[in-house]
Design a protein around this ligand. Structure first.
Ligand code: GRG
Length: 303
């Protein structure tokens, strides 16, 4: 995994996008062949899209930093992206955040229908599990290691992770959370899948217990920093930069890092979290370079 000489994330994302998107496109084509319209086309539309691929990049960087070199890691990275994709499709539905734009184009329910988007989201969850199993097979992983990966991915996606955090976030609309409640919601809703991405890369490479611990700590910190940056972008970004409608948090009366800490305070908080997260790689030397580049990208991005 290469970074540019000046340390930007562009080159790193280019290779991850190529490898991950090849897996996503292959699955989209095979699902399109067997799932009738409008669900099949809605699934294909969701899978083949222009997301940033932050989670696949974290899986790959953590894997390579832990000594892994099998190109099959793209399948593990794609499985995480599928869970993330389903969550975006459902998050945009009228019963949740009710958004018209995502990734620079109409949301799945706007392009197709609420029913098709709901079905497409449900269809993607077992697809992620199949992708994970297919990738583990191709990498000659033991069944026990595949079990470890599945546990990490689906615990992070579930009641004590993304689903639980989303539930708490929806329940909190119109209420003022304090900073520790807000951290708790976002550690689950957004942070859990980002932390899992880092751990999955380490587990797939049979990383040592010590390295897994560093990846877990990094992932926890950078996962929360990701959401602080997301709140900042919602408050300060344009729809051209974000590919979606800015200002939704205010419209939905949500407590956010910006509403509690202000724009400057949130930027400081994102940087503080990233610096602390990156300190867990202090003894890793150059093998952590792509992870460091990603950590900084996550808080400095404009989309
Ligand atoms: C049943 C209550 C219930 C929930 C279902 C919908 C859902 C599960 C969870 C929503 C999780 C969610 C959408 C979290 C937001 C995470 C976030 C900040 C997403 C934006 O990620 P980016 O910027 O997007 O990486 P791209 O498009 O670049 O991939």
């Amino acid at each position: 995994m290469k970074t540019n000489d000046n340390g930007t994330a562009d080159a790193l994302f280019e290779s991850v996008r190529r490898e991950t998107d090849a897996v996503l496109e292959r699955w989209a084509a095979s699902l399109l062949a067997v799932v009738p319209p409008p669900i099949g086309p809605a699934v294909g539309y969701a899978l083949v899209s222009s997301g940033k691929r932050v989670r696949p990049a974290l899986v790959t960087a953590a894997y390579e930093a832990s000594g892994g070199s099998n190109p099959g890691i793209a399948g593990i990275a794609a499985a995480v992206e599928v869970v993330h994709t389903y969550s975006l499709v459902h998050d945009d539905l009228p019963c949740m955040d009710d958004d018209d734009q995502r990734r620079g184009r109409p949301t799945v329910h706007r392009k197709f229908s609420v029913e098709a988007a709901t079905w497409a989201g449900y269809t993607l969850v077992p697809v992620a599990a199949q992708m994970l199993a297919e990738a583990a097979d191709g990498m000659d992983m033991t069944p026990s290691r595949l079990g470890d990966l599945a546990r990490v991915l689906f615990q992070a996606s579930g009641l004590h992770g993304m689903v639980g955090g989303q539930w708490r976030d929806l329940k909190a609309e119109g209420k003022r959370l304090d900073i520790s409640q807000l951290r708790q919601v976002h550690a689950e809703k957004t942070g859990a899948l980002i932390r899992a991405s880092c751990l999955l890369g380490g587990l797939a490479a049979n990383a040592s217990r010590e390295d897994l611990c560093a990846l877990n700590q990094f992932g926890t910190g950078i996962g929360l920093a990701f959401q602080v940056a997301d709140d900042l972008l919602d408050a300060t970004g344009t729809s051209a930069e974000l590919g979606k409608t800015p200002g939704r948090d205010v419209t939905l009366h949500k407590s956010t890092f910006v509403s509690l800490l202000g724009v400057d305070g949130s930027a400081q908080e994102a940087n503080r979290l990233a610096t602390k997260a990156l300190s867990h790689f202090d003894s890793w030397g150059s093998r952590a370079r792509p992870l460091r580049v990603l950590g900084r990208y996550i808080v400095n991005r404009r989309s």
